[in-house]
Design a protein around this ligand. Structure first.
Ligand code: G3H
Ligand code: 13P
Ligand code: ZN
Length: 342
């Protein structure tokens, strides 16, 4: 039997994006695949009073089981509400459950029927007219359920389990008005130089600073500005927005990892994007890396430990701190639903 997100206490993206646009911040969209990641995201966003998008990829659905993920999200809402009550919060943070990079109508439909409040249909790898047709079909179905839809124009480079593209193609500003008008999407993911994963730029695309650290080429803010000019007030989404935190790379490498030349998007550029029409910023890789760094550290320093709580616990605590910092210093989403609580 179909379940509506409304009965689970979730929100769609409409009001949250309106607010993000008016107040010039971006809503964090954090991916999760397991309990510790989800607990960390909820704890950080409740404590910083930030709205949050809980993001589920097709890979996450395969890994964790779609039914399990649905109930985890329901549990996450309950956990958030209990924390808010305990801490005396006067408002509730909006929590959105979102399908990341949906690639078929059937997948998007199944998510809508299983309590998702927002879906992405990523037809960016298709020819333009096919992208429009697929996206339009998802929008028509999702609208009947008041579920938000994110579409994508332009291709991000990067290789991950489910998202593969060798080279990026920047979004063409001359297509955005037509695409949004004909599909009816609620938000649009664009390609302006970000990409998925931990190796966003090849070393030869970067320069090196005085310490030899890779400095990536800047994002194409000129394209973003042109899109904003053509679609005033319309919510834009930035994928591939992990910064590949230097300390996490160093810790991973210090404790036996091999992540040479990993490089992400500098946080200053994300701050600039968050203050523009970019209303949603997707971060997955940074969470993966912070978690891996902590687990590696425990394994190296306490080789006798074998209780998963002893390495996943510190990893979860490090994630909470990282997400809080992102909300405060990068997205500007902290403190939007009341003053921060410890
Ligand atoms: O955009 C892709 C996300 O980072 C999800 O990655 O497909 O490996 O779960 P995944
Ligand atoms: P990162 O790989 O940069 O974290 O991007 C995540 C993403 O875009 C999920 O859709
Ligand atoms: Zn993405």
């Amino acid at each position: 039997m179909a379940v509506s997100y409304k009965s689970l206490g979730l929100s769609n993206s409409r009001d949250v994006f309106k607010r993000a646009m008016a107040e010039k911040f971006a809503v964090p969209a954090y991916n999760f695949n397991n309990m510790e990641q989800l607990q960390a995201i909820i704890t950080a966003c409740v404590e910083t009073r930030s709205p949050v998008i809980l993001q589920v990829s097709s890979g996450a659905r395969k890994y964790a089981n779609q039914t399990m993920l649905r109930y985890m999200a329901e549990g996450a809402v309950k956990m958030a509400r209990e924390m808010e009550k305990e801490k005396g919060c006067e408002t509730a943070i909006p929590i959105i459950l979102h399908l990341d990079h949906g690639d078929t109508f059937e997948l998007a439909k199944s998510c809508v029927e299983n309590g998702f409040s927002s879906v992405m249909i990523d037809g960016s790898g298709l020819p333009y007219e096919e992208n429009i047709a697929l996206t339009r079909r998802v929008v028509e179905y999702a609208r009947e359920h008041d579920v938000s839809v994110e579409g994508e124009l332009g291709v991000l480079a990067g290789i991950e389990d489910e998202v593969k593209a060798e080279a990026s193609t920047y979004t063409r500003p001359d297509q955005v008005v037509d695409f949004v008008g004909r599909t009816g999407v609620d938000s649009l993911a664009i390609s302006i130089g970000t990409s998925h994963g931990a190796y966003k730029f090849k070393p030869e695309q970067c320069t090196r600073d005085e310490r030899g650290v890779l400095v990536p080429p800047p994002l194409r803010f000129d394209i973003l500005e042109e899109i904003e000019r053509r679609l005033p007030g319309f919510p834009i989404v930035l994928h591939g927005a992990s910064s590949v935190i230097k300390e996490a790379v160093e810790t991973i490498n210090r404790y036996g990892g091999a992540m040479k030349d990993a490089v992400g998007v500098p946080e200053a550029q994300l701050r600039r994007a968050a203050a523009s029409a970019v209303c949603k910023i997707n971060i997955d890789t940074d969470g993966r890396m912070v978690m891996t760094a902590e687990v590696r550290k425990v394994f190296a320093e306490k080789p006798a430990e074998f209780d998963p709580r002893k390495y996943l616990g510190p990893a979860r605590a490090a994630l909470v701190e990282m997400y809080k910092r992102k909300n405060r210093e990068v997205l500007g989403s902290a403190g939007r639903y009341g003053p921060e609580v410890a």
